[in-house]
Design a protein around this ligand. Structure first.
Ligand code: GLN
Length: 447
């Protein structure tokens, strides 16, 4: 199906950047042999999965959607990739994404945009657009994405699939090409909440290769789905229902809230008063960390090297000039600026303080509720090219996703209907740090 439909002679979805046929067939043979020998099969035995191209995986290049990594082949596997394969999954290949996971529409990839399989003239969302599109187009049963400010949840909403943002520290980041290390998280795209719970069970757990991975017991995520939601307190934050929200999306979210009520949940109005500062806070912190993380791409250690340069510093400059796209350059400039002497206190330090206030908003809300329910995106998927000339309009597409990222809590986007035009709508649920079990229970109730 990938060969027939993903490329330009098919539907031109452009979700896969590389296929790892040898690795996939070798694994399929191993699973086959286990089955033939009557051995017990691991939890993901034979399940075809795709991997966002910001995660290291042997057998294919890792581009991070950037020209600067062209030709780079990682010599090791990311922990998330290792865990999937150990659980029996068949790794199909690497998935298109925005360059270094910077974007909300997958139009910042150096390898071309991804089309939304549910409406080919629309964006799939970003930055994990290829991962969302591959599940929606049935090019994988599940995929891995990464979410720094919404990049799993928002494309899941745009493509009509489930996207999980695990708690920060829940899934190892080892082998992830870093964008903003205090925000980056690895998580699954699936068709159902149950599949997301199955995937998290395989992915979760401490990893000595990632110092920020948490030493917390892994929950029984699938088992939790058997417990009814009756009695759960569902918080509805007023700030997520203000102007700018598409009326059809609002109606769909209201229906999800009604569904939870019918199943015996109590609906609690709550307030997250610092929400209006989330976008500027996120774009200061994320760009600051990106400017630092991306300094490693110098033409020496990985991928592309400019052949024109005659001195070392020219080689650095020319490589970075040729290798990075415009959005990445914009962010390196913004981040370098806010970390500079004289501006650091006014921008970076201030943003860190507001990040704490945003986190406290959530902790306070979770005193009176167990799960928050909000829209995932202010609008349905927009047309390809519609926002590419206006970076600020693109940043505003993240209005409902970045707060959970800054606070480190877990979240999920679940399909909850379509617009009259047939475009997918997603509802977002958020829960306390490491409370994915409650998150999944509530998510299944709105599915
Ligand atoms: N759209 C946001 C950004 O461009 C989020 C990206 C992400 O989560 N990787 O930074």
């Amino acid at each position: 199906r990938i060969a027939a439909e993903d490329g330009p002679e098919g539907k031109g979805i452009n979700s896969y950047l590389a296929l790892t046929r040898d690795r996939a067939y070798a694994q399929a043979s191993r699973i086959d042999a286990l089955a033939a020998a009557g051995q017990p099969l691991p939890p993901l035995a034979g399940v075809p999965v795709g991997i966002k191209d910001v995660l290291a995986m042997t057998g294919a290049p890792a581009t991070a959607g950037s020209l600067i990594l062209k030709g780079y082949r990682p010599p090791y596997d990311a922990t998330a990739v290792t865990r999937l394969e150990a659980a029996g999954a068949i790794l199909l290949g690497k998935l298109n994404c925005d360059e270094f996971a910077m974007g909300s529409s997958n139009e910042n990839s150096a390898y071309g945009p991804v089309r939304n399989p549910r409406a080919l003239d629309r964006v799939p969302g970003g930055s994990s657009g290829g991962s969302a599109a591959a599940v929606a187009a049935d090019f994988a049963v599940a995929t891995l994405g990464t979410d720094t400010g919404g990049s799993i949840r928002q494309p899941a909403a745009f493509c009509g699939v489930v996207g999980l943002l695990p708690t920060y520290g829940r899934v190892s980041r080892y082998g992830l090409i870093a964008f903003a290390s205090s925000l980056d998280r690895v998580g699954p795209f699936t068709r159902t909440v149950r599949d997301a719970a199955t995937m998290l069970h395989v992915l979760a757990g401490q990893d000595t290769f990632d110092a920020t991975s948490a030493d917390r017991p892994v929950g029984d995520y699938v088992g939790a789905l058997e417990r009814p939601v009756e009695g759960l307190r569902i918080g509805v934050p007023a700030e997520y229902f203000e102007e700018g929200l598409d009326p059809e999306i609002r109606a769909a979210i209201d229906r999800s809230i009604e569904q939870l009520k019918e199943k015996g949940c109590t609906i609690v109005p709550v307030s997250l008063p610092h929400t209006k500062y989330a976008i500027p806070t996120y774009y200061v912190i994320a760009t600051a960390e990106a400017s630092s993380n991306l300094s490693r791409f110098d033409g020496v250690r990985f991928g592309l090297r400019s052949t024109e340069a005659n001195t070392l510093s020219n080689m650095f400059k020319k490589t970075r000039d040729e290798g990075f796209g415009p959005e990445v350059k914009r962010r390196i400039l913004l981040g370098t600026y806010s970390l500079s002497a004289g501006y650091y206190d006014a921008y970076y330090a201030k943003a860190q303080q507001v990040r704490t206030l945003l986190t406290r908003d959530f902790l306070k809300a979770f005193d009176v509720c167990d799960v928050l329910v909000t829209p995932m995106t202010p609008t349905p998927p927009f047309k390809l090219g519609e926002k590419t000339d206006d970076p600020v309009a693109m940043y505003l597409a993240d209005v409902y996703s970045v707060s959970a990222s800054l606070a480190g809590i877990c979240g999920i986007s679940v399909p909850c209907g379509t617009t009259r035009e047939g475009l997918p709508i997603g509802v977002q649920l958020m829960a306390r740090h490491f409370d994915e079990t409650t998150l999944f229970r509530a998510a299944q109730a709105v599915e």
